[in-house]
Design a binder for this molecule. Structure first.
Ligand SMILES: [Zn+2]
Length: 435
């Protein structure tokens, strides 16, 4: 059916969907006209970019984390079975070693030398559908896998200890018990564990609960099915625990070195929905460390999404090293087009403020950098370690891709399941296990 004349759809969308009969519908045309999904360039106000001063000292050690997951459908079975592999990795770099690498055409040997003995990875697998341990359903199998996977011997239990360190706020010396959470058995919000416990009993129903149940994975599953989100959320949390394993280690062993480290994460510093109960303890720790005189440098890099699209527009013609920190009002009104009376952006789910940074023509970043306690109007002085993080960026750029940071690019390589080992190999392996 021909596309109705007189209705103004963007060219690309019209050409892609023009042949669809649905576009003949007057209702659909009206609705499409009303949708406001694009960022309207004419509405973007003049932005007050601040030039980056080059006085701060770059950080000496860089840690980066990334992860990936791969869903495998075993279609030769009826009903089909689905499992998901998850891999995460952490890399450590010495800034001086990075400096020596050719950023445009890095030699594989150079990279190998830098990475030698400096990376660690973790892998696990979750059954999502029609697979489980023989004596358990999908729900309880996954609860157990989460508990056991965090204690991966390959990583010497560090992510598990770090998770407990955050959840029980062990750094505070207050011996806190866990805040009440939904029991995975009776579903009442009466479950808790006393300080430092790994396993305990629900006060309501008496059944065993794992410390990892406080994260709330069970709220996303039913008895015999789990969504892919279980894997993607586990990945995100594991990346966070890997990063904080480094922070915890130096906090307990050498605080001076800790302040010389930059911890980089692929993606925003964001934990969604029920899992976000770790956000408040993380914020409290970072604020506490700063009060004690130790700034901990963390940054998450966003490579897609609304903030990324927004940066592409506002920084299109800019090449001067500069930054812009949108406050809550700006984010709600100008970036998200939500009423200013909305819940403050990221209040419960983010442990950092958004920062737009221009380093040069090809390197423009959306970063999240912690502020400690939530701050509606963050500034370069309230954001933790802001100047030193910005001073480090030019030292760790990659010129292979636009907007790339070498430590994140390499963590991505190590953590990638889609290329190494390939999804096909994972499938063969899974099948050879008789699944
Ligand atoms: Zn219970």
């Amino acid at each position: 059916m021909p596309y109705k004349a007189g209705k103004s759809l963007p060219g690309e969308r019209a050409s892609k969907l023009g042949h669809l009969e649905v576009l003949d519908s007057e209702l659909i045309n009206e609705l499409l006209d009303e949708f406001n999904t694009e960022i309207d360039v004419t509405e973007v106000d003049e932005i007050d970019w601040t030039e980056i001063s080059s006085e701060a000292t770059p950080l000496s050690y860089i840690f980066s984390v990334d992860g990936s997951y791969q869903e495998i459908k075993l279609q030769r079975y009826s009903p089909e079975k689905i499992i998901t592999y998850v891999k995460t990795a952490i890399l450590k770099f010495d800034q001086k070693a990075i400096e020596k690498i050719n950023k445009k055409y890095p030699h594989p040997m150079e990279l190998r030398n830098v990475l030698k003995g400096s990376s660690s990875f973790h892998a696990t697998v979750f059954p999502l559908k029609n697979v489980s341990k023989s004596d358990q359903n999908v729900y309880n199998t996954n609860r157990e896998i989460i508990f056991r996977s965090l204690q991966d011997p390959l990583l010497e239990n560090l992510p598990f200890e770090t998770f407990k360190w955050l959840a029980y706020e062990k750094w505070s010396n207050e011996q806190k018990s866990l805040p009440l959470f939904d029991c995975p058995h009776c579903r009442e919000k009466v479950a808790t564990l006393a300080y430092d416990q790994n396993i305990g009993q629900c006060s309501g129903c008496g059944n065993d609960i794992y410390v990892t149940d406080m994260l709330g994975f069970h709220l996303d599953m039913n008895d015999n099915w789990a969504p892919t989100q279980i894997a993607s959320t586990y990945m995100l949390l594991h990346e966070t625990f890997l990063l904080f394993s480094g922070i915890k280690y130096f906090w307990e062993n050498n605080k001076e070195i800790l302040t010389e480290c930059l911890f980089l994460k692929d993606g925003p510093l964001y934990i969604r929905a029920q899992y976000s109960k770790l956000v408040a303890p993380i914020r409290r720790f970072l604020a506490h460390a700063r009060n004690e005189g130790y700034e901990i440098h963390i940054a998450g890099q966003e490579k897609s999404g609304r903030f990324f699209d927004y940066l592409e527009i506002i920084a299109k013609d800019l090449n001067t090293p500069s930054f812009f920190i949108p406050d809550n009002r700006y984010i709600l009104e100008d970036i998200q087009h939500r009423p200013i009376t909305s819940m403050p952006y990221g209040k419960d789910t983010n442990y950092g403020a958004k920062v737009f940074v221009i380093v040069d023509k090809n390197h423009k970043f959306v970063l999240t950098i912690p502020t400690g306690e939530f701050n509606e109007t963050p500034t370069h002085t309230s954001i933790i370690g802001f100047d030193r993080i910005l001073a480090t960026l030019p030292k760790i750029l990659s010129y292979k891709f636009e907007g790339a940071l070498l430590p994140i690019e390499l963590a991505n390589k190590i953590a990638s399941l889609s290329t190494y080992p390939s999804a096909q190999i994972l499938k063969l392996f899974t099948e050879s296990k008789g699944l």
